[in-house]
Design a protein. Structure first.
Length: 349
């Protein structure tokens, strides 16, 4: 479990410490407030650790290994021209500091880089152990249609796609989970299959299909919203989103209609209940309210939730943190969705 993350002079963040919940963490804000950056820096740091931790005989953490692997991963995930481009430029303060604290202090990590950094970071606190399960990062775009041949193309050529796409494709292609967990896994993805009207299948030629009672449909012919549900279903079926681990999801609501957003909200909470620490970034009031509704409906099985509101005031970024959604002031700006409905009804009258 990631307990907290401290950022100093990373992109739009001058100095902030975020204290996370073990279940669900929701980052709220309008475009340009750094929501995706929070997800990406946490994901990149954990992914580097997990890449070593899942090896059969993982090496002990060393500064030499982390100095280059962290820099490479951050550049791959953010895609800046150089690592130092992510450090805020202020006179006399040209160093970006990042600190991650975990429930297991053996995983704690802190590192830094300067505006002129290119291929290495400076490791200030070295972990004594590795994360032992790969995190999952969902971009705003679905990837089932891109999957055929994408990994080999990405690794053989320089492409301007974020490395999170490659990472997710690797997880999508993993074999299905078998054994004692199967029944619990099916309980998780059964509602998604019901919403899609079928199940996701990966054929021997490396193409995904939606298999429905009416027939077998190739992914490009399936609605994009259903393809996003398909990715979620596939990752649950492979065990990537069961038991322990981390899920980072950037704008789950993108390209989904309200009916599917309801299913996504239910599944996010089910994934949290299974032991996955979840981080989502959104500016959808509909998704936020649906999560609140589902939390109240299932109040007999309470889940911890933390909300983070990002907003800009005269160029300065403000970060609010609370376990209650209504305490986050930025919600008032999202209420424009509701006020539009009121104005529409007034004109109709």
């Amino acid at each position: 479990m990631l307990k907290s993350m401290k950022l100093s002079r990373l992109t739009v963040f001058s100095d902030v410490r975020l204290n996370f919940n073990k279940n669900l963490n929701v980052i709220i804000g309008e475009n340009g407030t750094g929501k995706s950056h929070l997800l990406k820096i946490a994901y990149a740091s954990i992914a580097v650790s997990a890449k070593e931790g899942i090896k059969a005989n993982p090496p002990s953490p060393t500064k030499a290994l982390l100095q280059t692997s962290l820099a490479d991963k951050i550049v791959g995930v953010f895609r800046p021209e150089a690592l130092g481009r992510l450090a805020s430029r202020k006179q006399g303060r040209e160093r970006c500091d990042i600190e991650l604290s975990f429930k297991d202090s053996a995983l704690d990590l802190s590192f830094a880089f300067a505006t002129n950094s290119k291929s290495e970071v400076s490791v200030d606190k070295l972990p004594t152990a590795w994360v032992d399960k790969m995190p999952v990062f969902f971009p705003t775009r679905e990837l089932l249609t891109l999957y055929p041949g994408f990994i080999s193309l990405y690794e053989g050529h320089y492409l301007e796609f974020e490395e999170t796409w490659r990472d997710l494709c690797l997880l999508l292609g993993a074999p299905l989970q078998r054994g004692p967990k199967e029944n619990r896994i099916r309980d998780l993805f059964a509602p998604l299959e019901s919403a899609m009207g079928g199940k996701i299948d990966l054929d021997k030629n490396g193409r995904f299909y939606l298999v429905a009672p009416s027939g077998r449909m190739e992914m490009p012919l399936v609605a994009e919203g259903l393809r996003k549900l398909g990715m979620l279903s596939r990752l649950i079926a492979t065990g990537s989103l069961v038991d322990k681990g981390y899920l980072f999801w950037d704008e789950p609501e993108a390209n989904l209609n309200p009916k599917l957003i309801k299913e996504v909200a239910k599944t996010i909470l089910a994934i949290c209940s299974s032991g996955i620490q979840t981080f989502i970034a959104t500016h959808s009031l509909f998704l936020l309210r649906e999560i609140e509704i589902q939390l109240k409906i299932n109040s007999e099985k309470p889940l911890g939730t933390k909300y983070f509101g990002l907003s800009r005031d005269d160029g300065e970024l403000t970060v609010e943190q609370s376990s209650k959604l209504d305490d986050i002031k930025i919600i008032s700006s999202l209420d424009e969705e509701l006020s539009q409905s009121d104005r529409y009804m007034e004109l109709e009258d």
